[in-house]
Design a protein around this ligand. Sequence first.
Ligand SMILES: *Cc1c(COP(=O)(O)O)cnc(C)c1O
Length: 717
Amino acid sequence: MANHKTIHEKLNELAYNMWWAWHPRVYTIFRDLDRDLFRQHGRNPVAFLKHLPPEVLERRTADTEFHARVDRALRQLNRYLGNTQTWSAKHCGILEARPVAYFSAEFGIHESLPIYSGGLGILAGDHIKSASDLGLPLWGVGLFYREGYFRQRLDESGWQVSEYRQNDPGALPVRPAKVARGKEMGKDLAIRIDTREGTLHARVWEVAIGRSKLILLDSNVEENPLEDRQLTARLYGGDRRTRIRQELLLGVGGLRALYWMGVIPAVLHLNEGHSAFVVLEAARQRMERDGLTFEQASRFNATRTVFTTHTPVPAGHDRFDPGLVEQTLGPLRDELELSLHDLMALGRVHQNDDSEPFNMTVLALKLSRFANGVSSLHGGVSRNMWLDLWEDREVDQIPIGHITNGVHVQSWLAPEMHDLYNRHFTPEWPTRQCAHKTWRGIEDVEDEELWETHRLLKVRLVAFVRERLKRHLAERGWTGEQLEEIDTFLDPEALLIGFARRFAVYKRADLLFRDIERLARLVSDEKRKVQFVFAGKAHPQDVGGKELLQQIVTLIQQEPFRGKMVFLEDHDMNVGRHLVQGVDVWLNTPRRPMEACGTSGQKCLLNGVLNLSILDGWWPEAYDGRNGFAIGDGGAHVDPEEQDRRDREALFDVLENEVIPLFYDREDGIPRRWVRRMKRAIRTLGWKFNTDRMVMDYAELAYLRAAGGQLRNPRRF
Ligand SMILES: *Cc1c(COP(=O)(O)O)cnc(C)c1O
């Protein structure tokens, strides 16, 4: 196949489809050409190829094995893209002509495209990848953040400093989207949105993610005044005006862009409220086409709109005051023939309460017929939170259901675990990951084989941690002996507990540290060592979070914590991947019920890492008493301090009485009962907490019904 192409062309063809992000053996083709250069360019194949000296590639041209690897990868990619026997081909034929449009303010596909901050974005990335694997026609819609989300550095005092680097579209796997209809056909797509302050312009980038496509709107164009060119500079940066204009671009601009690209979606899926303005643009388009009123158009559109809410606290929802709404949406409001009061009412719980700001979640709930939370527990929390929106209903009749989040298996599973599954599961297991029986194969694996694989991953993690610490601590002024000492940090034979998440208050990264004496006793036991690795960013404006981080990193440099507790800077998908594959235990301490779902623990279980978690988010659905560990009994207390105190005690109790004894209970050097738990976690949870299952749920419970338009009786799902 394609033998007339040069090696450079072939590599570029591979690089421009982010399919490599979940095919480590393809990805390493790039890395193996020059490891240092690859890392220097942020492990980004496109940037790397641009900077790779031609001699290196020429030398490789003679290497037949290298050629064979590239050809095999290309063949595999083309087979993947051309596969007509997918799950969706069988079940979702109706979506072929008119796909799903999936709107999200962030997408975490790979660390080299830093347009995500955390869980929400990674979920969107995993969703789009599973849609591709299942053959489900889906277009992602997001924003191109030129400076992305911030990179975290700590200064000498442990204070978090934010750094921004420029994303150069010329060095990323993005290409200009093209107009596919009208007079401008074939030209680079540019979209316009009128506001009361003039017209907002944007260009559009297109990214291939396996079979799925992602478009990213970018306001950095000459036609815009400087202020608007900066609109899409940063993810979650800027003031209220920036925020509402970003959301205008995402929702209204996103749907317009799809229209000009010839994509008329059958289903609109709003991943969180940021994109809710899309329902207004959808109504406008339908009014224009079919001559309907706003009322008729939006009633019709609601039947094809799916809204996923992620935020269990009222304060977490985007709100805008009427002045800003009018400034931004005024011209669109004219076209919709709505008064400002009518428009504001769409975003208010109590329509006539003029003091209520415009709430994006309320807009999304009012104008969609499918709404869901992201775990069973969170579905219930959301029904209670939005009770007032349905005046005549009881809480169990509030039409907000749940579809529990999952993770994209091939993106988070260590290649060595993948090989282990290949040896013991049916060969087609990746396409049958939603079946219980697929995962039963884990029971046939010898304890030795699973434990050795896990140890190998842990040794690799420890090496990764030390190398990274050396690099970062050298920047923070450590020298000579101090740097050498890092080689003794973390013992790969001892229990290693991981904790990596945003330093948001409710996640309680400091729960362990609220009883320093007990913690010191725990880590000072030389016979049964306990070690911790932490990572996570505080929001740049969250002074409290940054102070907490500083306290922790300062404390753990001192005895008796030094070398047994470490903090890794700049948590991203790369750091996350190493952690979820290599620790023994994953610690999760949210203040119930604030964790809507949580997905990092799901990445862990696939790799045989045991969860130690508060019964919040997904964990109450998953924990059966023997497939991980629970902190406390799922109780909450009206006084958060009392709740924190109880949870802290419960955490120490379970560590001292269950986790540590089980880990150090060895037979022939192997913790048999621990390994039994690892297997049980994989067997009982692997089939469920993956995004194939999740996307199939969305397809069966929402997309298909929305696309068919036959939904009569909206009911919970
Ligand atoms: C998975 C992941 C998250 C989300 O973790 P939660 O468990 O939802 O807190 C955040 N950041 C990164 C880098 C991740 O990989």
